[in-house]
Design a protein around this ligand. Structure first.
Ligand SMILES: [Zn+2]
Length: 240
C-alpha cells in the first residue's frame, strides 16, 4: 500500500473561504471534499491521505462526466481497444459497460491505418475540451493544496500531449522541476515537502507510482504539470 502522508497545512486558514472553481464563498453554499487528483485518475487501493480541497457541491458534481470520460479514454488508448473486458484501467470496464454511448464516442475517435511496412497503427483523437476541464480542475486543486493559491482566473495556457510525442529536449524541460533557487513560501505544503522530501522525487509529487504524479512551481506564475499513467503529459499555467 502506498501511503501519502498528510501534511499539516497553514495556508488553508487564509484562503479557505472560496470555492477555487467558481469563486463562491463557501460559507454560502454546500461544500464537499474534493480529491486532487480526482479519484477517477488513481487506482484502488487509493493512496492514503490523497490531497483534499474543499469546493462547492455544485462544482464538484459538474466534473464527474468529464472525469469518467478521461478515465475511459486513457484506458482505451493504453489498451488499444474499447472492449470493456480487457481494459487496463479497471474502472474503465465498468464505465464502458454502463455507457454504450460513451463507448461508441470513444470508438469513433479511433482511426486505424496501415503503415508502409504493413503494421496497423492506431490514432486516438481525444475530446480536448473534456480532458481540458479535468486537467484544469486538478491543476487548480494542486495549486491550492500546495501553495494555498486560489487560481480563479482562466489559465494562460493548457496543454495535454502524449509524453512520448515530446522531443528529447522538450521532455527534459518538462521533467525538470525548477524552483529557481527560491524556496516555496513558508507555511505552504510545498515548502514542507521541500524540507522533508515528503512524497517528492526530483521535485515531482508522487501520488501513485506509474499512475499519477504532479509538480507545482510558483515563481512569477503558477505552473502545474502532471503525468497520467506515464502516458499523458499535461501543463497548465497562470501568469500573474
Ligand atoms: Zn464552486
Amino acid at each position: 500500500m502506498e501511503v501519502m502522508e498528510q501534511i499539516n497545512d497553514f495556508s488553508d486558514e487564509r484562503n479557505k473561504s472560496w470555492c477555487v472553481h467558481c469563486g463562491e464563498w463557501i460559507g454560502n453554499v454546500k461544500i464537499s471534499r474534493d480529491h486532487v487528483p480526482s479519484k477517477s485518475l488513481v487506482l484502488k487501493p487509493y493512496p492514503e491521505n490523497l490531497p483534499v480541497v474543499l469546493i462547492c457541491e455544485t462544482c464538484n458534481g459538474k466534473f464527474s462526466p468529464d472525469e469518467e470520460y478521461l478515465s475511459a479514454f486513457l484506458s482505451c488508448v493504453l489498451t488499444g481497444s474499447t472492449k470493456p473486458d480487457i481494459q487496463k484501467i479497471p474502472r474503465a470496464k465498468r464505465i464502458l459497460q454502463n455507457s454504450q454511448k460513451l463507448r461508441a464516442r470513444i470508438e469513433k475517435s479511433k482511426t486505424e491505418y496501415k503503415t508502409i511496412g504493413g503494421d496497423t497503427q492506431t490514432i486516438w483523437k481525444p475530446e480536448y475540451d473534456r480532458i481540458k476541464r479535468v486537467i484544469v480542475k486538478n491543476a487548480r486543486g494542486h495549486a491550492y493544496f500546495e501553495y494555498g493559491e486560489p487560481m480563479l482566473e482562466e489559465p494562460s495556457h493548457v496543454s495535454t500531449v502524449p509524453l512520448d510525442s515530446l522531443t528529447e529536449q522538450e521532455r527534459n524541460e518538462f521533467e525538470t522541476v525548477d524552483f529557481g533557487g527560491l524556496f516555496p513560501e513558508v507555511g505552504s505544503r510545498m515548502m514542507t515537502r521541500v524540507l522533508t522530501g515528503q512524497d517528492l522525487s526530483d521535485g515531482w509529487i508522487m501520488v501513485q507510482d506509474g499512475v499519477y504524479r504532479y509538480s507545482v512551481v510558483q515563481q512569477g506564475r503558477i505552473l502545474v504539470r502532471s503525468v497520467l499513467c506515464e502516458y499523458l503529459a499535461t501543463e497548465v499555467f497562470w501568469n500573474y
